[in-house]
Design a protein around this ligand. Structure first.
Ligand code: FES
Length: 234
């Protein structure tokens, strides 16, 4: 009991303000877990909790410091006097396009996203990216029609939308990058020989009997089969 008290004594409690109401939460919690500690039940605006799905983009500032900061709520740790509030979803523009009819060129990107030409290179998008991506640079790559560069530089994009929330020109870097990654995958990326071979095997029915066997197994058998699967060692 005495030991438990000592541990409890060591935990520093922080003041955070959720929609104006003060709460005390233990240091070390993320914004997301702190909200839950305060009693909020998170149903929307959260997903993977591992900086992967991009659902939890959020803004915050501090008492006596109005500068708005941006982060992923599942990653950012709470700090003393942090102000948290609910913000609307970012309703970013995403025009319809048919990938089969869209050429992998700069002209086509501008046709789908004509506002891209309004980028004046303020770099605010880069500063707001929780993944530390060079957003402004891939926007200028998109403007030049360098689709491969955009695909490479934006590969780790989570689609959280924070770049769009900050852009003073109302541009949608994450959706523009998505178009470029799709065009790259559809038209420019080298074909995978292994994938072609495996697709041919699938179409020829090479795995049909195995799939049928798995479908007939009960849960226990499936678990056993999974645990006994061969694992490649380096
Ligand atoms: S919950 Fe998925 S990135 Fe934060």
């Amino acid at each position: 009991m005495a030991q438990e008290t000592k541990v409890a004594e060591k935990i520093r409690m922080l003041d955070v303000y959720v929609m104006g109401k003060r709460y005390q939460v233990p240091e070390g919690l993320t914004i997301m877990t702190a909200l839950e500690y305060c009693g909020y039940k998170l149903i929307r605006g959260c997903g993977c909790r591992a900086a992967f799905c991009g659902a939890c983009g959020t803004v915050y500032n501090f008492k006596n410091d109005p500068t708005v900061r941006y982060a992923l709520a599942c990653q950012k740790l709470v700090e003393q006097d942090m102000y948290l509030t609910q913000i609307p979803f970012f309703p970013a523009a995403k025009p319809d396009y048919d990938l089969e009819k869209t050429e992998p060129t700069g002209e086509q990107i501008l046709e789908v996203y004509p506002d891209l030409a309004k980028c004046f290179g303020c770099n605010t998008c880069t500063k707001s990216c929780p993944q530390n991506l060079e957003v402004m640079w891939f926007m200028s790559d998109a403007l030049r029609g360098d689709i491969k560069e955009v695909a490479i530089k934006s590969f780790d994009c989570l689609m959280c939308g924070l770049c769009t929330a900050r852009c003073p020109q109302g541009l949608v870097p994450y959706n523009i990058a998505l178009l470029c990654r799709r065009l790259y995958g559809r038209y420019l990326a080298p074909r995978s020989k292994h994938l072609d071979e495996r697709m041919a095997e699938l179409k020829a029915g090479k795995f049909d009997a195995g799939i049928e066997e798995l479908q007939k197994m009960n849960l226990e058998e499936l678990k056993r089969r999974y645990d006994e699967r061969p694992i490649l060692k380096e």
